[in-house]
Design a protein around this ligand. Structure first.
Ligand code: PLP
Length: 393
């Protein structure tokens, strides 16, 4: 039970930051439908909604994914599974990673499919499934070269046999994950794929043929159709983000077919003028060379808007790029509007990610300036940024 006072507290917290992410569910739906059409008829689509659906909001995205044609959801924790089930979504969910043994009982209660990588977890799942008198779908994660998590190929048959021998376990899938399916040189992806195919064949030699074989992330879905098997696991492209570097021939395929779902906007909250020689922000990292007009924006690294590099990056105001000056603080960012054409006033819209008129800033642009990947730009966005789902395609 939430008391009335609590609700008004939550509403107060959400409404006063003036920085919000607009999530276009119509575009997300479009992207999932595209993926469903791209893979052949029988191939299932698992929408990867981990990390709060890459920052987009797990509940709304998961619901939209199912309506648009996805039939499986991929998460990495019990917490994410709970959010899905609490939103009354009963679609199959796979926890894609190692699951802590303390979380097993609840994951099974919530009908999760569980990833297994070794025999120890098989025994624990069987014990818990037996206690709950339930059957549990499990997927073996095979390490084909990423060398983070997963069963070594030479232990696969043993593990599969242990699963077969466990009365409450159903081996529903075998999967692996690619280390660099987005790069031009396909050699390592081919090597991983070869090991995966060998694993499928070796399972068949002992009469094991689970219905779901899956390994394709976004880049592989687009670039390696031979990796689709019976299910694909898109993350990035479902959010309209590009897995490929700009010089990759498939970059434009994604740019032309998938629509960026998230835009991030704020407002000008204060305008001031400073004199030549005066400095801005912590450690005075930017110094005015001339009389300068500055606008204050209520967004900072506490929202997931990166602090470094200093005196870099830009935003859009009045359909024009405007440079960030000094270092982004926890809650505030200063931009230099001296050269902007036309009037700028408190309350004017500022685009941090997205489009204003014909001018755009993408998560890729931000990632380039931060020397990171677009995944990090969107997943970094914190809960205190309001997600607005109002806009439809
Ligand atoms: C196991 C697994 N499958 C699929 C994906 C989706 O990858 P992408 O966002 O590149 O499509 C991820 C994301 O990291 C993952 O960890």
């Amino acid at each position: 039970m939430v008391a009335l006072g609590d609700i008004s507290f939550i509403i107060d917290c959400m409404s006063d930051r003036l920085t919000s992410a607009t999530i276009n569910l119509g575009y997300y739906s479009h992207n999932i439908s595209k993926i469903c059409k791209l893979v052949s008829g029988e191939v299932k689509v698992m929408a990867v909604v981990k990390a709060n659906a890459y920052g987009h909001g797990i509940e709304r995205i998961a619901k939209t994914a199912i309506t648009a044609g996805a039939s499986y959801l991929g998460v990495v924790s019990l917490g994410e599974l709970k959010r899905i089930r609490n939103a009354s979504i009963h679609t199959p969910v796979l926890i894609l990673n190692y699951l802590d043994s303390n979380s097993l009982s609840e994951a099974i209660k919530l009908n999760s499919s569980i990833t297994v990588m070794d025999e120890a977890i098989v025994l624990l799942i069987e014990k818990e499934a037996n206690k709950q008198s339930k059957n549990v779908n499990v997927h073996i994660k095979l390490d084909t070269g990423m060398h983070r998590a997963g069963c070594d190929p030479d232990r696969l048959l043993n593990l599969a046999q242990k699963i077969q021998a466990a009365p409450h376990l159903i081996l529903e899938g075998l999967f692996t994950h690619f280390a660099e399916s987005e790069v031009l040189d396909a050699a390592f992806t081919h090597q991983q794929l070869k090991l995966f195919n060998q694993a499928i064949d070796s399972l068949k030699t002992i009469g094991v043929n689970p219905p779901l074989f899956h390994c394709a992330n976004s880049a592989a879905i687009i670039n390696f159709p031979e990796t689709h098997f019976t299910m694909v696991r898109p993350g990035l492209i479902s959010y309209g983000l590009n897995p490929f570097p700009k010089d990759h021939p498939k970059y434009t395929v994604v740019a032309e077919n998938f629509r960026p779902v998230l835009s991030l906007k704020t407002q000008v909250v204060f305008i001031r003028v400073i004199e030549p020689g005066e400095t801005v922000g912590y450690n005075r990292r930017w110094q005015a060379k001339r009389q300068s007009r500055l606008a204050l924006l209520p967004v900072g690294y506490g929202d997931g808007y990166r602090r470094t590099p200093y005196n870099a990056g830009k935003v859009i105001i009045n359909g024009q790029y405007v440079p960030i000056v000094g270092s982004v603080a926890m809650d505030q960012t200063v931009v230099d509007i001296t050269d902007i054409q036309g009037p700028v006033a408190v309350g004017d819209e500022v685009v941090l990610i997205g489009k204003q008129n014909v001018v755009s800033l993408t998560a890729d642009d931000l990632a380039t300036s931060y020397n990171t990947v677009n995944y990090e730009v969107v997943t970094a966005l914190q809960d205190r940024i309001d997600r607005d789902y109002g806009v439809k395609a």
